[in-house]
Ligand binder design. Structure first.
Ligand SMILES: [Zn+2]
Ligand SMILES: [Zn+2]
Length: 362
């Protein structure tokens, strides 16, 4: 398999990829990704920064180095825009706000952390697992309802597997930081925006395009004048963005399909600037190819169901993904696809007495 461009290491050189828009590549080490693109949009007031990389002093130093090459310093930054709530995209936002008082802009649903406060998805422990046999041994889960563990970081996944030890460690660290009131790297969004809102960036008008799917709060930015489209992680040049069933959305895959159609319909798109990989031009075509990939995956799930009969999420996942990809992320994506089939009336689901969801397709 050819090496995917999203895996390439970050280069130090800064390139102008659209009028007054600079691409700054920052190193990250996430499976399948070797860099994240931060974009600096230059105007007479200074610069707006889109997706300022990972949190932490090392990432900040690298970003300052890239900016220095472009003749920008942190105090020139008047605005930070975060395309979505992943740490490799919002990491430097809080620091910019502190250094220069920069506005921090994201979709109004931006949220990162375990269980949104006030969310109707309560945190429950494994003992509260829906479907866990009660005294009468009967599962009581209403299967027309989503499994209750959505977005809980504690205990089991909604589909019944336990989370990995690493994950538990991360959750404990998170809880400790939350308890201490110190999660300084999650930015406060000073200027929440919504679909269709207009932003003056690089001296021209950009429009916010809400594109839920990869995350529920994902935003793209479009400038019809020069045809520039900042795609975040919504549409990437050669890989398909991760779609997680661990989402607040009931059917993140359906949201993603909707958002792919939404951007494919936009006219006046020339240069697409993704958060990973190189600029490209065929937004509608690429959106269509990503959709096709997921339809093929849905077909493959139905094929697997014919091979194995009723199966759990880990069972489907291990057939759908190669062993190197096995784990929570693969299971979360498989779960999103199975739930999509369920909601489309193409699969059935029941909760086994050990807490595992079992899916069957017709
Ligand atoms: Zn992302
Ligand atoms: Zn990303």
């Amino acid at each position: 398999m050819s090496r995917r461009q999203e895996r390439e290491s970050a280069r130090t050189e800064v390139t102008e990829v659209a009028p007054d828009i600079l691409r700054l590549e920052l190193p990250i080490r996430i499976p399948g990704l070797g860099h994240v693109n931060c974009y600096a949009l230059i105007d007479s007031e200074g610069a707006a920064i889109v997706d300022p990389g990972l949190p932490g002093p090392g990432a900040w130093r690298t970003l300052q180095d890239r900016m220095a090459r472009a003749g920008i310093s942190a105090k020139h930054v008047h605005t930070v825009i975060v395309t979505h709530s992943h740490p490799d995209h919002f990491g430097g936002a809080a620091r910019f706000h502190k250094e220069s008082g920069a506005k921090v802009i994201a979709h109004h649903s931006f949220y990162f952390g375990p269980g949104r406060p006030g969310s109707d998805q309560p945190e429950v422990s494994v003992d509260d697992l829906p479907g866990k046999p009660k005294d009468d041994g009967e599962a009581d889960e209403d299967l027309n309802q989503p499994p209750k563990l959505v977005h809980s970081w504690r205990g089991a996944t909604p589909w019944g597997s336990s989370r990995t030890a690493l994950d538990i460690g991360r959750r404990l660290l998170w809880r400790t930081l939350m308890f201490m009131g110190r999660v300084p790297w999650v930015p406060e969004i000073t200027h929440p925006i919504g679909h269709g809102d207009e932003l003056k960036l690089a001296g021209r008008d950009f429009f916010a395009v809400h594109t839920p799917g990869h995350t529920a709060d994902h935003l793209c930015l479009h400038d019809p004048e020069t045809g520039t489209f900042l795609a975040g992680d919504h549409v990437l040049p050669t890989i398909t963005p991760h779609i997680s069933g661990l989402s607040e959305s009931r059917d993140p895959l359906a949201s993603f399909f909707y958002s792919l159609d939404r951007v494919a319909e936009i006219s006046h798109v020339g240069q697409v600037l993704p958060a990973h990989g190189h600029p490209f031009t065929d937004l509608a075509e690429r959106a269509e190819a990503i959709k096709r990939h997921h339809y093929e995956r849905l077909d493959r799930i139905k094929e697997i169901a014919r091979e194995i009969g009723p199966g759990t999420v880990p069972e489907f996942s291990s057939k759908l993904f190669p062993p190197r990809s096995w784990g929570l992320m693969a299971e979360a994506e498989t779960y999103a696809h199975l739930e999509h089939l369920l909601l489309a009336g193409e699969a059935e689901r029941r909760r086994r007495s050990d807490g595992m969801l079992v899916y069957e397709t017709g």
